[in-house]
Design a protein around this ligand. Structure first.
Ligand SMILES: C[S@@+](CC[C@H](N)C(=O)[O-])C[C@H]1O[C@@H](n2cnc3c(N)ncnc32)[C@H](O)[C@@H]1O
Length: 411
C-alpha cells in the first residue's frame, strides 16, 4: 500500500509564531483538488510533496530557531540517554544542540567503531556529531537534509568538532529523502547503519524513503530510527494542518501501516526497541486532536530497528525451530544484559529460546554475532513462536524497553 495524502493548498506564514486557537484552523486551509485521471493523480501527489516540503523547510529553516520554539513536545526526546551518550553530547557545540528536534535515541547499542553511518534528515547535525565520536577516526558519518539553514549550521561546526575529536569524519549533503538516489555521494550497499531522528513522519512518500534505505544498507546492516506513530490512522483534517505536520504529528503513520510498509520495502520483521507516549503539552492542539480523533487518537515516539537481510534469513512471522542464544556479556557497556528490542533483553550467560528471525538477526549482523553463542539450527520446525505479535505494541503508561531481564517473548 502506498501512503498517499491529499494535496494541500496551504502555506506557512508568520502566523505560525502565534499561539493556536481552537476556533481558528491551525493550518492554512488545504483544498483537495478534484482531479480524476492517473496523470492528474501524479500531479496532485507531486504538488502535495512540493508544498509539504516547502512548508517543512520553512518551519525548520526559519520559523524555529531553537527547540524551545516548538509548539508541542512531539519532536523532543522523552527520556534521558545513557551516561556514555550524555558524555559524548557534552562535546557537541551548544548551537548545534539548541537546534536538536529529535524524538528518541537512534544509536544502536553495540560497538560502532569503524562503521559507516548515514543520518537521514540530520538537521543541524546533533546526531551526526554524536555518532562521529562513536565510530572513531576510521568510521564515517554522513548527514542528508533538504533545509539549507539546517545544513549551514551543521557545516559551520564541522571544524569545531574535528578539532574537538582529533579527526574529521563527517560530511553533509543536501537532498530529499524521497529521492536519495539523486545524492550521488551515497553509494548503494555501503552503510552499516542508517539512523534518522523524527524525520520520516515529515516525508510525503515514506515508501520511497524506506526502499532507498534498503538499497543503501550493507547486507546485515540496519535502519535504526526514532519517529512518531499513532494508534489509528490520523484523520484527514489533522493531516491537512501544516503546523501539525511540521510539528511531527499529523504526518505520523498508524503503527500497523508502518510495519506493513516496512515489510513491503524489504524489512520483513521490524523490531520495536522502545516507545513513549507523546504528550502534547499545548492545550489547543490537544483539544483539536481529541475532537478530530474522537477522544481515542494517541501518538507515540518509537524507535525501531529494521535489519536488511537476505530474504531466506528473515521470515514474515516468528517461527520456532527450537533454537536459543546465549549472550556472552561482551558488548561494551552491557556486561550483564543487552537489548535487541523491546521483547528481547538477553541476560549474560542465560539460555534464551528465540525464533528463527531473532536467531538470524543476531547471527548475521557482524557487530552482534561475536557476542553470542548460537544453539540449534533450522532442521526442525515447531510451528509459530508463541506470543508473537498482535495489538498495539506501545505502552500507554510510558513504560519503555522491557526491563524484566528477558522473558522468552518474541516480537
Ligand atoms: C524534526 S527535524 C529533526 C532534525 C534532526 N534529525 C534532529 O534530531 O535534530 C526534521 C528535519 O528533517 C528534514 N526533512 C524533513 N523532510 C525532509 C525530506 N523530505 N527530505 C530531506 N529532509 C527532510 C528537515 O529539514 C529537518 O531538518
Amino acid at each position: 500500500m502506498r501512503i498517499v495524502i491529499p494535496l494541500f493548498a496551504c502555506f506557512l506564514s508568520s502566523n505560525l509564531a502565534q499561539s493556536f486557537s481552537p476556533e481558528r484552523r491551525l493550518f492554512n486551509k488545504i483544498t483537495p483538488l478534484s482531479v480524476s485521471t492517473s496523470a492528474d493523480e501524479m500531479t496532485k501527489e507531486t504538488l502535495f510533496a512540493d508544498k509539504t516540503r516547502s512548508n517543512v523547510e520553512e518551519y525548520y529553516g526559519k520559523t524555529l530557531q531553537t527547540s524551545s520554539d516548538l509548539k508541542t513536545n512531539a519532536c523532543l526526546t522523552a527520556g534521558s540517554p545513557p551516561k556514555f551518550i550524555r558524555e559524548c553530547l557534552k562535546n557537541v557545540h551548544p548551537t548545534v544542540m539548541a537546534k536538536y528536534y529529535g524524538c528518541g535515541l537512534c544509536i544502536p547499542q553495540y560497538d560502532l567503531t569503524g562503521c559507516n553511518i548515514l543520518d537521514l534528515g540530520c538537521g543541524a547535525g546533533r546526531d551526526v556529531y554524536l555518532a562521529a565520536q562513536l565510530v572513531g577516526a576510521n568510521g564515517r558519518v554522513v548527514g542528508v537534509d533538504m533545509t539549507d539553514a539546517q545544513l549551514d549550521v551543521a557545516r559551520e561546526h564541522q571544524n569545531y568538532h574535528a578539532e574537538k575529536f582529533g579527526y574529521k569524519n563527517t560530511a553533509f549533503y543536501k537532498g530529499y529523502l524521497e529521492s536519495l538516489s539523486d545524492v550521488k555521494e551515497l553509494e548503494k550497499g555501503s552503510f552499516d547503519v542508517i539512523i534518522s531522528n523524527c524525520v520520516i513522519n515529515l516525508c510525503t512518500d515514506k515508501e520511497a524513503v524506506l526502499k532507498s534505505c534498503f538499497e543503501l544498507l550493507k547486507p546485515g546492516g540496519e535502519l535504526y530510527f526514532s519517529d512518531v506513530y499513532s494508534n489509528r490512522r490520523v484523520p484527514q483534517v489533522l493531516r491537512e494542518d501544516s503546523v501539525l505536520w511540521g510539528e511531527c504529528i499529523s504526518g505520523a503513520l498508524y503503527w500497523n501501516d508502518f510495519e506493513n510498509l516496512a515489510k513491503k520495502c524489504g524489512f520483513p520483521d521490524p523490531r520495536l526497541v522502545e516507545d513513549a507516549p507523546v504528550t502534547i503539552k499545548n492545550k489547543d492542539v490537544q483539544e483539536l486532536v481529541e475532537n478530530q480523533g474522537h477522544g481515542g487518537l494517541e501518538f507515540y515516539s518509537a524507535t525501531y530497528r529494521l535489519f536488511k537481510m537476505d530474504e531466506t534469513l528473515l521470515e514474515p512471522a516468528c517461527e520456532d525451530y527450537g533454537q536459543a542464544v546465549i549472550y556472552k556479556g561482551t558488548i561494551p557497556r552491557a556486561a550483564t544484559k543487552w537489548t535487541l528490542d523491546k521483547g528481547h533483553v538477553f541476560e549474560q550467560g542465560k539460555v534464551h529460546p528465540v525464533c528463527g528471525n531473532t536467531y538470524n538477526m543476531c547471527k548475521h549482523n557482524p557487530k552482534i554475532a561475536p557476542h553470542f553463542e548460537f544453539i540449534g539450527d533450522f532442521s526442525t520446525h515447531y510451528g509459530i513462536f508463541e506470543g508473537c505479535g498482535g495489538g498495539l505494541p506501545y505502552d500507554r503508561n510510558g513504560a519503555s524497553v522491557d526491563k524484566s531481564g528477558g522473558a522468552a517473548s518474541c516480537c
